[in-house]
Design a protein around this ligand. Sequence first.
Ligand code: GLN
Ligand code: ZN
Length: 746
Amino acid sequence: MSIIIGFPRIGEHRELKKALESYWSKQSTQSELQNTALELRTKHWGYQKDLDCVSVNDFSLYDNMLDLAYALGAIPERFRQYKGLELYFGMARGLKDSVACEMTKWFNTNYHYVVPELSKTDTYKIDASKIESEYAQAKSLGFKPKINLIGLFTFAALSKITDNASFEEIFAKLQVAYFELLDTLKKLDTQPLIQFEEPIFCKGKDERFYGKIKDVYNQIAAKGFKTIVTTYFEHSTEATEILCQTNIDGLGLDFVYGEKNFSSLNTIAKSGKTLYAGLIDGRNIWVADLSKKLETLEKIAQTLPKDKIIPSTSCSLLHTPFSKDSEVKMDKEILSWLSFAREKIDELKLLEAAFKGKLNAAEQQKWEENIATNANRKTSDKINDKATQDRFKQPLKTQRDSTFKERIKLQHKTLGYPILPTTTIGSFPQTPELRALRLRFKKGEIDTNTYEKGIQDYIKDCVAFQEEVGLDVLVHGEPERNDMVEYFGEQLKGFVFSQNGWVQSYGSRCVKPPIIFGDVSRPKPMTLKWITYAQSLTSKILKGMLTGPVTILNWSFVRDDLPRSEVCKQIALGISDEIDDLQKAGIHVIQVDEAAFKEGYPLRQENIKDYEKWALCCFKISTSLAASTTQIHTHMCYSEFNDIIKTIEDMDADVISIETARSGNELLKIFAKVGYSNEVGPGVYDIHSPRVPSKEEIKAQIKRLLEVLPKEQLWINPDCGLKTRKWEEVKPSLKNLVEATKEIRG
Ligand code: GLN
Ligand code: ZN
């Protein structure tokens, strides 16, 4: 038999997104929303019918962490007056005066969960109705259900404690509520199967709770469930040791991203537990090499009895798109290398059949096709680009020609910008007209001339506005970009884009990550035309805008036949080619955005150094070609830099802009503390809100910044790009920003 850990819930055609958004805008009723949800679940269970069981409670109207908080009655005080879906969506999205709970990344994926808020004053009250009804639905349709539930430890560790309560104290209360929830679920069946998801165990030992694992899971097992504890995204060897001493029935481990899990096999064998072997990659989109997977299973079977080994996905399929069926435009050869959620279920079944040693004729044929596909993918010319590979035979430049001190002197002389220079992060409002223009061009409804004229008009207005308002360093406004990664991916060789490869990012929001299938290179300039056009309109300094290699990598599906670090280096070379073209064309300030630099950090402490090393190296490959007189900026969408300040320093950007507007200047102190000497633009107002900051407010913020950093080091800018704002908001905000700066200078 085989299992998956969960199926994507957004729907083949993003039905859930549409149903949610229609419900939120009051175009449909709660029962219409619930009907869509049921239809989706029913359809998704159908695909799982030949597996050991179907996943129940992997579905969510918004997020599973939120579901569990709701089921436990862990409701922040400000929401306690609400009920039902109003309360549920309120916690996710905010309600009148009650601000939404925070959202943050689910481990190192691009999925975001709603962060539960826990406090001493919580009075938990169980509501198991969601799980109960989904379970009943699955059963009534004739499926064998498996409940997926976020484990107590993962839930507790990822929650935020909002008062002075200790983890210990909160955990004790939470445990009581969690057990009560389980007691309710116990009534669902004679021996319900629950798969507890505990990815937190993959982060290694956590003193706050490691001592409790054994007792908690023994108590849970004693309740009479069939109990599986599953971890994913890394190895969880420390927790596995403990779990093997409990009475749970099975363990789910990730053998795709957790190589070291192999070292736990002996312990598992001795414990007599069933192993759910996560072999089909739940986070990437490549066809599995089934022969290799089978070898892995056989290898595991040297230690464990065969009937104790159940093939599984490495994690929930939530992180992959629905199915390849709608990809009609993609290159057929490349498409044959891909496997989305539905296809992965087929791979799993095939793998299981092969493991049992009984492939029927049809399966045998599919097996051979899989072998052929994998062979083709390795040797295809589409993947290998000799010119790119050859560039790596020579040493790559990873250092600028001079030190920051030398460069900045030159730059001040040649660029001649004032003290407290004002600038923006790059994008300006993406108006409906602009989106329509790009869409019409994409659909072939307008010709290149009309399109380019439209973009140029936007740039012209944008530059004129910036001159008029009196900014010091101007930008072209990024009107040609739909997305900061997609725009570059579309022009780099080695990338493809799906038509329907949506993956849930949070709530109803989905992203369609680019797919990096082969060697990356930049056939021709990507931004030169627009940026030099903007420069031709002004005698002021114009800042060219690029997305950095690490961010492009972290927001894409990356080929798995080359280390990520190597793929990133190839992207970095492409970006460095662009920088070279820009500086040769007279652009002397260039920003390389690394919005997602921090997102690629490994889960395990012991792997961080290595990531930092190559990610840093890639950033430097992309920027080291810049002449000493070319000023390199970078931008990061974070405010918290304590843990990565060393790496930030080593990036050696001349100027870094960051997102401190919302968090005050406390977090900025780290820059002063480590003696960071390069220039910094900490963001003087929050662009995430439509509010126009007053001149006085901005002045006050600049004064606060000056308490931490010397005036020679500071830049004045908003805290992120302005693309989501409206011109009516941007114009007065920037006017206030410039005036505030001028008054402070005075
Ligand atoms: N230059 C990009 C912009 O201004 C940066 C976006 C980001 O940091 N997410 O939109
Ligand atoms: Zn940003």
